[in-house]
Design a protein around this ligand. Sequence first.
Ligand code: COA
Length: 166
Amino acid sequence: MSRALAIYPGSFDPVTFGHLDIIERAATLFENIIVAIGVHPTKHPLFSATERIELIEQVVRHLPNITVEAFDGLLIEYCAEKKASMIVRGLRVTTDFEYELQIAHANADIRPEIDTIFLPSRTKHGFLSASLVREIASHGGDVTRYAPPLVCDALVKKLAITTKKP
Ligand code: COA
C-alpha cells in the first residue's frame, strides 16, 4: 500500500472534534493528507469554502503533513488528479457503513487503483455531525465539547450575521 498521499474528503461545515480525531489518526498512517472540502453548486453551506479551509487550517496547525483544499466534481477524479492512493472516511454508525460501502464500491469501479480506508470514529464522537453542532449553536447552546474553540467562536459570529433581523 502506498502511504504517500491520502485524501480525507467531506463537507466540514464546520469541522468538529469528530473530524479532527479522524484527521489526527490518518496523519499517523500516511505521509501526507489532503483534507478536501467538497463544493456542491446546489448546497448552501453556512460557511463558504474559503472560511472552511481557514478554519481547518487553523485546527490542524499542530500537524505538519496536512494540507486543506476545496474541490468540485467527482471525488475519485480529484484523487487521481492529486495522485492520491487512498481515500479516508470515518464511520460513526452502521448506517454510515452502508452508505460509505456503496460509494467506495462506485469509486473502485471507476478507478480501482485508488482504495478507500475506513476509520471508526471514537465512541464519544459517534453521535456528532456538523448539522447537529450548527443546530445547537443556532439556539445558543454550548458546543465547546463538540468543536475547537475557534470554530465555536466562528459559529457564534456567523450565526449572529445570518440570523440578524432586517
Ligand atoms: N465525526 C463527526 N461527524 C462526522 C464524521 C466524524 N468522524 N464523519 C462524518 N461526519 C458527519 C459530517 O459532519 C456531516 O454532517 P452533516 O450531514 O450534519 O453536515 C455528515 O457526517 C456527512 O459527512 P461528510 O464527511 O461531510 O460527507 P458527505 O456525505 O457530506 O460527503 C463528500 C461529502 C465531499 C465526500 C461527497 O459529497 C463527495 O464525494 N462529493 C463529490 C461527488 C462524488 O464523487 N460523489 C460520489 C460519487 S460515487
